[in-house]
Design a protein around this ligand. Structure first.
Ligand SMILES: *Cc1c(COP(=O)(O)O)cnc(C)c1O
Length: 391
């Protein structure tokens, strides 16, 4: 049996006629830049995520970049983030001439550890840290109540890297009151990616910034179009960070299916969890340990707390298991083999951090196929193949 890590063909087969119609409509309209599809998607994603404003941009990377530009991050500034994420989270900081500062991750959720953040901020006596970027890794929100509390204490803006987590929910607790918030709607800005492998993926690159703040939204809108208002009058320096109308049209078709896909991914994860529990692989010595990567909230029925952009195991002899799975036609991937603080492009800075949890995760985690169209038979084959490796 062949089980790919992700099967976009299966998705396309269901959507082909709707996608072709949507693309044709844009082609015929000749409104290739801005226009009704982009505005429509912005309104739909903002509403979906519980935000006041959505600004379509060219990628998830550019969403982060433009959000930091709007905050005025630059030379001499530092930005606090997690060492265990996709490179873009740190790349945008470096591109603006600022430096990343890291707080290690929580070993269960793989997200930034608020207690570690607190230590880093307390040590920042020169007050160089100007913003915080938590990442909702794999589709599960970071601990936003704690993070927003710490940010408020230090008067720092929070930019959520929600590239992997559109639609993931987080229970904001205030006394007895629980309010479910969606990824991206809690910080000053939330950044989405529509890269094809994300839960809401386009037919190319795309991204969006969401925000509750009208003034911030206006700044993002200016920056994505060279800071021009009116046309040819430039009050600030932005760039071409626009979202294509073609992407917006395709994404609007796919958005209608997103909750169903989230549900299917969640069901697939639950099936893996129970199959691994029954497999005898959990616990003990040299065997796979599926990590419970989602927190059990008291009222789990009220929302999706993990959208499973990735289903992650923490395992012994990870590289050996990866080779074994690939040899058996099972797609898998390492997200991410090198934590950010050890990346070569940091130069001598790469030597000054010790992030034991991120380093451990980078050596022990593996992503298994979790896409919505995955069948029970395929999942059984994945689990049986892993059992064969360890037992
Ligand atoms: C995908 C991703 C990005 C970048 O998004 P692009 O659309 O590929 O530019 C940023 N951060 C994280 C955590 C991501 O997974």
């Amino acid at each position: 049996m062949k089980v790919p890590l992700l099967d976009l063909q299966a998705q396309f087969a269901c959507l082909e006629s709707d996608l072709v119609d949507a693309v044709n409509q844009v082609l015929r309209s000749t409104r290739y830049i801005h226009g009704p599809e982009v505005v429509g998607l912005e309104q739909e994603i903002a509403a979906y995520s519980g935000a006041q404003h959505g600004i379509g941009v060219s990628s998830g990377t550019d969403a982060l970049l433009v959000a930091l530009m709007a905050l005025g991050i630059g030379e001499g500034d530092e930005v606090l983030t997690t060492p265990y994420t996709f490179f873009a989270t740190m790349g945008v900081v470096l591109r603006l001439g600022a430096r990343p500062v890291f707080a290690d991750i929580d070993p269960v959720s793989f997200n930034i550890d608020p207690e570690k953040m607190r230590e880093v901020l307390a040590a920042d006596t020169s007050k160089k840290i100007k913003a915080i970027i938590p990442v909702h890794l794999y589709g599960q929100c970071a601990d936003m109540t704690a993070i927003m509390g710490i940010a408020a204490e230090y008067g720092l803006p929070v930019v959520e890297d929600a590239a992997q987590a559109i639609g993931a929910e987080y229970p904001e607790v205030d006394g007895d009151q629980v309010t479910w918030k969606r990824a991206g709607s809690m910080g000053v800005a939330g950044c989405f990616s529509f890269f094809p492998s994300k839960n809401l993926g386009g037919i190319g690159d795309g991204g969006m910034v969401i925000t509750q703040d009208k003034e911030f939204a206006n700044t993002i809108e200016l920056l994505r179009n060279h800071g021009a208002y009116p046309k040819y009058y430039h009050s600030m320096i932005g760039g071409n960070f626009r979202l294509d109308a073609l992407q917006a049209a395709a994404l609007r078709v796919k958005l209608r299916h997103l909750d169903k896909w989230h549900r299917q991914r969640t069901e697939n994860a639950a099936l893996y969890n129970s199959m691994f529990t029954d497999s005898g692989l959990i616990g003990g010595e040299k065997i796979a340990i599926p990590t419970s990567v989602y927190k059990q909230f008291e009222d789990g029925s009220r929302g999706i707390s993990h959208i499973y952009n990735q289903y992650i195991l923490r395992v012994k002899d990870r590289d050996g298991l990866r080779d074994w799975l690939l040899k058996n036609d099972i797609g898998c991937e390492i997200y991410y083999p090198v934590p950010l603080h050890l990346q070569e492009c940091l130069g001598t800075d790469a030597k000054k951090w010790s992030m034991p949890e991120a380093e451990k995760a980078a050596n022990e985690t593996i992503a298994l196929p979790i896409y919505p169209e995955l069948t029970d038979e395929m999942q059984t084959y994945v689990v049986e193949t892993i059992k064969k490796y360890y037992l």
